[in-house]
Design a protein around this ligand. Sequence first.
Ligand code: NAD
Length: 312
Amino acid sequence: KADAKIAIVGSGLIGQFWAMIFAAGEYRVTIFDIYPEQVTKALENIKATLSRYESEGCLRGNSSAADQAALVTGCNDLGECLKGASYVQECVPESVELKQKVFEQMDPFITEEMVVATSSSCICVSQFVGNLKHKHRTLVAHPVNPPYFIPLVEIVPGPWTPVEVTAKARALLEQVGQSPVTLSREVAGFALNRIQYSIINECWNMYKDGLLTAEDIDRVMTDGLGPRYAFIGPLETMHLNADGIVDYCKRYAQGAYNVCSTFKPPPILYDVPTAEQMLQEIQKTIPVEKVPERRRWRDERLSALAALKKRI
Ligand code: NAD
């Protein structure tokens, strides 16, 4: 492992997180970016962030922040970045055209031992690797922001990705402390966003219907479903809330069906007047200019939750 190398292509927010996660797992990490000055900035940011995590007690891995930072190097040549890597994580902006271009540029350097993952949030890998020689070595490994504290990674194979490649990615991600799930095939939104959008849809419709304030809708999650879901998922919840999941269905299916039949079709999401109205309300506690501060607040809490989940 000490010699194993990970290549990160694109060194923005997500690329930097991946670099820190693999360095905590004691991998050598090389980051590449189209802008050399961005590589320099990313390396500085990684060093400072690891040092901050160390002083806040939330650094991952068994080595010091300085040792982890020393494992991360920068590179201004894509071929050089991929050379000798066993795993590549692409983290360029979310655009089919750009990802297609970057994967075409990577193709000559991909070997039969490499796994090449895209961090893509929504775009399936088949949308941009169809013409590549090494398309069978590619897949989606979609992290959740901030991946350092939210461990889920969605692995989504392309139609030509063999199970060994998917399994290799999963084993590596587990080994560095992430929590991967594997989809059997491509589907729009993967799993997390399919679930997330169904939640947002209902929140949006309830708000539009004037049923609850924005604050109270969010509280249903933060003080209701959220704490539960941090430990048990919706299916296990059904299992535990009755004498097993079959008993739950017998007891509650009709009630659930009655509720579900009142659901409205998906809203035209983010219609501006409703969004503006929500903004007026949310601004009272979190003005837009305070969003960066609130993000730091979020990360501190997610870090504490991750530590708690490890401890208990
Ligand atoms: P970002 O804009 O912060 O970083 C993208 C980086 O890619 C930049 O440093 C940019 O200079 C670099 N880049 C642009 N063109 C390039 C090229 N041709 N070759 C190499 N590097 C290039 O974006 P991000 O938020 O880190 O997102 C990266 C990917 O991760 C996207 O696909 C995004 O959907 C996905 N993702 C983002 C989040 C999130 O919350 N930000 C969460 C999960 C997944």
